[in-house]
Design a protein around this ligand. Structure first.
Ligand code: SAM
Length: 345
């Protein structure tokens, strides 16, 4: 079992398999895009598998593949199949925009993938196209249907709540009345936007960084209050808390609720308003092979060089070194050097 220097159990690794994406979400990538890393800079799938094996040997038992968009990485299905064979790995999951799931869901399940999180910020086709800069809502909805048909479980929807988008939260809540789908409303996080490292991070009172502004951040308590009031008005009934035992098996800090009688749930993830650093259980590997100990910390460990030039023991030692350096808290830091598409969410 891996623990960090604050006694937290670290058993979850998020791996970004590519920095490329087939969408350009307004809060994730700047309009002009980000310069993609060269082929040589990006880890080969074999290198990722090497790292994953070392991480599992160090106590990681859950792996999530992310990106960029993980489903655009060539060879991803076989990659899942090989990762799934790691002894000690309990489960593998993917976070995707869902656009390619219609084609790939069955093969992914057959390769050993069960869990999927689909990012979907609006059920209005025009808002969806605006947020994704040109994506088609129908493709993601068809992808979710394909995930159900292929037997993926649990199926969760990530909705980043951005005030100026005026998203209709109740439209998502309605989805939970129809099938066992789990909607997670995520507070918009100030990731990216910093061109220079600033000692101790930028100031919390800074209200704008990259595309993020404090005015666009909606605290999860406000999200829940809106769901309660507007859900009742829409005839969805009372919103009841779901106990941890009854919640859709999660690896993270979501708090779940259910409209009475619904097969699905609604949850909130509050990285800013109720930060959950004390329960943080994760490490992140970027597509270019940098190990990050905190989403908001730009201190990275160069796994790529160790994978290319070192031994298995060196890779494991690097993971232990990173664990020992994992910060206690994100300290409400605003802004990071990399955008979310380069970190993996
Ligand atoms: N392309 C995949 C997808 O769309 O799910 C995986 C990568 S994406 C970077 C992972 C997640 O990060 C998505 O759910 C996305 O909405 C979320 N995300 C990106 N920027 C964010 C931000 N500033 N605050 C909160 N969530 C963000």
């Amino acid at each position: 079992m891996a623990t960090d220097s604050f006694g937290r159990r670290i058993d979850y690794l998020r791996i970004s398999v590519t920095d490329r994406c087939n969408l350009r979400c307004i809060y994730c990538m700047p309009d002009e895009g980000v310069p993609f890393k060269s082929h040589e800079e990006i880890l080969a799938l074999e290198e990722i598998e090497h790292f994953a094996a070392a991480a599992v040997a160090e106590g990681i038992s859950k792996i999530r593949l992310t990106g960029g968009e993980p489903l655009v990485r060539k060879g991803i299905v076989e990659h899942v199949r090989r990762l799934r064979k790691l002894t000690g790995l309990e489960a593998i999951a993917i976070t995707t925009n869902g656009q390619l799931l219609t084609r790939m869901a069955r093969d992914l399940v057959e390769a050993g993938l069960e869990r999927v999180n689909v990012s979907l910020d609006s059920l209005d086709p025009d808002v969806f196209a605006h947020v994704t800069r040109g994506g088609h809502l129908s493709d993601t909805l068809a992808g979710i249907d394909a995930a159900f048909a292929a037997g993926m479980h649990p199926i969760k929807i990530n909705v980043v709540v951005v005030r100026s988008l005026h998203q209709d939260l109740v439209s998502f809540a309605r989805m939970t009345m129809e099938r066992p789908i789990h909607i997670r409303f995520i507070e918009y996080m100030p990731v990216g936007g910093e061109s220079e490292p600033s000692p101790g991070g930028a100031c919390v009172s800074e209200t704008s960084v990259g595309g993020w502004t404090a005015a666009d951040h909606v605290p999860s308590d406000e999200i829940l209050a809106e769901l309660m009031v507007k859900g009742a008005e829409a005839g969805l009934g009372a919103l009841e808390p779901v106990s941890r035992d009854a919640a859709p098996g999660g690896w993270g800090p979501a708090r779940y609720f259910r409209f009475a009688g619904a097969p699905g749930t609604v949850g909130v993830i509050s990285p800013l308003s109720h930060h959950f650093c004390g329960e943080c259980n994760r490490l992140r590997l970027t597509a270019d092979g940098k190990l990050r100990t905190c989403l908001f910390s730009d201190d990275e460990f160069d796994a790529r060089t160790v994978l290319r030039e070192g031994t298995d023991d060196d890779v494991r030692a690097l993971i232990r070194e990173a664990l020992a350096a994992k910060p206690e808290s994100h300290n409400m830091r605003i802004g990071t050097l990399r955008r979310m598409s380069q970190i993996g969410g």
